[in-house]
Design a protein around this ligand. Structure first.
Ligand code: ATP
Ligand code: MN
Length: 264
């Protein structure tokens, strides 16, 4: 274990302090000096514990596992945490622009790409707020706990010892397929009509199967229903979901057509 000089221990094998060049690149891009300071302060405040392993490395963010902090006084806090750390490199968030422009919630905050740290902070903050809004609207999502700069701390969704599987990796019976498809349609409609959000990157990759239910994740790019491009994003989401379930059901999905349940 490598104790970062901020007091957060990190398992070197998983966070990339290795011989491997690509490992080291991961460390440089994600756990830069400032990010380590943020982790150190989150640990001192009893919000996270040490980073134990990496759950996922993505283009825009890495997700790490942290146990429940020993300092934690809140008995309602989850037993384990997922720590999502957004990359601060320019390339990673060039593609985020079209989502955040046109968001009245962030007017004026995100108009230039001159300050990468600020942009990525806005992005993390957006995910926190979207997670909270969805949770309040009765949608299953990981409980958002804290966000500081480019670090988002949330509930770790586990099935047994490991992370709950993505829908893409879950083993499903034909009955599950039908049940989860209708569940997801209800969720999408509720997200739009009640929470007034469009996910905007909805697919089998951003849905976890948790306690046999659909759990929505990765909502940093989700937009308000009145975002100028919200309908484009919504159409794409519906398309992805419909396509995936059609494939899963081997073509004969004897289910409600999306269009009929969705009164545009
Ligand atoms: P982006 O698309 O913004 O680059 P990403 O796709 O890398 O982000 P997420 O989709 O939020 O990030 O998370 C990546 C993976 O980490 C997920 O597919 C899931 O397997 C796992 N994961 C994320 N959040 C949790 C959580 N709260 N509990 C368990 N596993 C999680
Ligand atoms: Mn994702």
């Amino acid at each position: 274990r490598l104790a970062l000089n901020t007091g957060v221990a990190v398992n070197p094998k998983v966070v990339g302090v290795g011989k491997d060049k690509s490992d080291r690149a991961t460390l440089d891009q994600v756990l830069d000096a400032r990010t380590r300071l943020v982790l150190g302060s989150l640990k001192r405040r009893g919000i996270i514990d040490d980073i134990e392993y990496c759950i996922s490395t993505g283009k825009e963010a890495n997700v790490y596992y942290s146990g429940r902090p020993a300092l934690s006084t809140d008995s309602a806090s989850p037993s384990a945490l997922a720590v999502k750390i957004y990359r601060t490199s320019i390339l990673a968030f060039r593609s985020r622009k079209s989502y955040i422009e046109g968001e009245h919630r962030f007017k004026g905050e995100y108009t230039s790409s001159k300050n990468p740290r600020k942009m990525v902070r806005v992005w993390a903050e957006k995910e926190l707020r979207n997670l909270r809004r969805l949770h309040q609207g009765g949608i299953r999502v990981p409980i958002a706990i804290e966000q500081k700069e480019n670090v988002l701390v949330m509930e770790f969704l586990a099935t047994g010892e490991s992370a709950s599987p993505r829908l893409k990796d879950a083993e499903l019976s034909q009955e599950d397929v039908a049940r989860l498809y209708s569940e997801l349609i209800v969720i999408m409609r509720r997200m739009f009509k009640h929470c007034k959000l469009v996910h905007a990157d909805l697919s089998e990759y951003n849905i976890l199967l948790h306690d046999s239910h659909i759990c929505i994740i990765d909502v940093s790019q989700s937009v308000e229903h009145d975002h100028p491009r919200s309908f484009d994003f919504l159409r794409k989401d519906i398309h992805n979901v419909h396509d995936y379930f059609t494939r899963l059901s081997r073509g004969d999905i004897g289910l409600l057509s999306l269009r009929r349940t969705w009164d545009f």
